[in-house]
Ligand binder design. Structure first.
Ligand SMILES: [Zn+2]
Ligand SMILES: [Zn+2]
Length: 186
């Protein structure tokens, strides 16, 4: 199989492109060949300071979490995705066992594995594995770059009004990535 390279952050302003192990998927995961990765404010914070929220960079980590790509391998229990599907990656992988997860509020999970936070690699790399039910198929008409932007919805939701979020998501459906980026920046 092809080789995997990743953007690895070693410390503030210290990033290296390194050969990275090809991820081994389990039965509920898929392997995604990454097509594009948006750079989010939290990436910039981690890159420039080595810290983001409660996360402190204490070992080299693959950065990036707003990604889209193509499924190239599926786990034996995955029946919702197939090889060739184009997907946007929802960056979190909740524990599915805590009280919040059991109530369906997985965004509040006690111990989520969030892309590019400590203990969970990000997806600024060629090949990345993720749980299949947090990879969302997107329509053929939509370009990968716009799909990566759709994945920004959590970011937008955290930072903007509901009205502005709806506007951004409508733009995302149109597939016009440049308009979305301008909208989010303003
Ligand atoms: Zn983000
Ligand atoms: Zn949980």
């Amino acid at each position: 199989m092809a080789e995997n390279y990743a953007a690895v952050l070693h410390g503030p302003y210290h990033i290296k492109i390194e050969k990275w192990p090809m991820p081994e998927i389990d039965e509920n995961e898929v392997l995604v060949k990454i097509a594009c990765v948006g750079i989010c404010g939290s990436d910039v914070k981690l890159y420039s300071s080595g810290k983001c929220g409660r996360d402190i960079l204490d070992e080299p980590i693959v950065i990036g979490h707003e990604a889209a790509g193509v499924v190239v391998k599926v786990g034996s229990k995955v029946d919702t995705l197939k090889v060739g599907d184009r997907v946007a990656i929802e960056p979190t992988q909740p524990c599915r066992a805590c009280e919040f997860c059991k109530r369906g509020k997985y965004n509040l999970c006690d111990t989520p594995r969030y892309c590019s936070s400590m203990g969970a690699p990000g997806n600024l790399c060629n090949y990345y594995k993720h749980v299949a039910d947090f990879c969302h198929k997107y329509p053929p008409a939509l370009e990968a770059v716009a799909s990566g932007a759709i994945d920004l919805k959590k970011f937008i939701t955290h930072h903007y009004s509901l009205e502005k979020t709806k506007e951004a998501l409508d733009l995302a459906k149109s597939g016009d990535a440049m308009k979305i980026i301008i909208h989010v920046q303003n």
